[in-house]
Design a protein around this ligand. Structure first.
Ligand code: SF4
Length: 321
């Protein structure tokens, strides 16, 4: 049994318009996604904006209801739980959001924000609550005095740490981190990544790390899934993905990442145009409208099936059959 198992997960949204809420189509944000994560592992999901990675994270946490598929967390199918059981199990899975400022209530002091889950779920009060919040502040590298400040009195990096302290309040086993550094100044991004890496070791956490930035994924993750238009098009151990990218989309993403001279690909692969709308997914291979390596009508008519290149490396492309 794996720590997290996602089977054929899909999330579609109906697009409605007008007074009569007529259907205007369906947004297929996540399409038949399957992957597994081991306890203590750091698993990355990478892709452009609009690839469905944030919807995937929220669906796994059951903040939104999946259209189909299964999510097993420690062997329990999250899709079959009633709201009360789900609420209890959600203590073990917490999400860190991209914008640390909007994740905090501007009218609440930090002690109130961080202590809120403890008050709600553990009915903690008084000295015990203050002590637990102080411990959490210490874990995330903040001082006791920060507890009595308001969010606007903290820097972006400090607010992100407060968000992490709040997420850690109920001793979760897994964190879903949605672009946790992209809203921060470049100067604090590296610091925050180092901190997250140390935190994972210290608390034996499992990370699902969502990012558009392959350099960040490489730094933090053990394995990575590349998402395009709601599908995982390639999955591999992070070093293998960088050394031997098999999918044309992965290669295009990698060629835009600054790498040491020796590893820089000979030619830059330009990703032309924007990612198509998830309402009108191209037929055949969903990447064919931007693929520079298309091999003929098969790419525009037949959806490729996953091919395993090695035990830890699979790809969705007709070139690799
Ligand atoms: Fe490109 Fe065809 Fe592979 Fe799709 S299946 S990525 S269009 S070569």
């Amino acid at each position: 049994m794996k720590f997290l198992e996602v089977h054929e997960l899909s999330k579609h949204f109906a697009l409605k318009k007008g007074f009569l809420s007529r259907s205007k189509g369906t947004v297929k944000a996540v399409r038949s996604v399957s992957f597994q994560v081991e306890a203590g592992e750091s698993y990355g999901i990478v892709g452009e904006s609009g690839s469905g990675k944030t919807t995937l994270g929220r669906t796994i946490l059951r903040l939104i209801t999946p259209t189909s598929g299964k999510i097993f967390f420690n062997g329990v199918n999250l899709c079959e739980l009633d709201p009360e059981m789900l609420r209890r199990l959600r203590r073990d899975m917490q999400m860190i959001f991209q914008d640390p400022h909007s994740a905090l209530n501007p009218r609440k002091t930090i002690i109130k924000s961080v202590g809120e889950p403890l008050v709600i779920h553990e009915h903690m009060r008084g000295r015990a609550l203050r002590q637990r919040v102080q411990d959490l502040m210490e874990i995330v590298g903040l001082k006791k005095e920060h507890m009595y400040r308001f969010p606007h009195e903290l820097s972006g990096g400090q607010k992100q740490r407060v968000g992490i302290a709040r997420a850690l309040a109920l001793n979760p086993k897994m964190l879903i981190l949605d672009e946790p550094t992209s809203a921060l100044d470049v100067s604090v991004q590296a610091q925050t990544l180092n901190f997250l890496e140390a935190l994972q070791g210290k608390l034996a956490l499992t990370y699902l790390f969502i990012s558009h930035n392959l350099s960040v994924i490489r730094y933090v993750c053990d394995r990575v899934a590349v998402m395009y238009l709601g599908r995982i098009v390639e999955e591999a151990e992070v070093n293998e993905l960088f050394d031997m990218p098999l999918h044309p989309y992965t290669r295009a993403l990698l060629s835009s990442v600054p790498l040491p001279q020796a590893r820089q690909p000979d030619t830059k692969i330009l990703l032309e145009g924007d990612i198509p709308s998830p309402v009108n997914i191209p037929a055949g291979c969903c990447f064919h409208t931007r693929c520079s390596e298309k091999i003929g009508p098969i790419c525009t008519t037949q959806e490729p099936e996953a091919v395993s290149f090695s035990s830890n490396h699979r790809v969705l492309c007709h070139l690799r059959r």
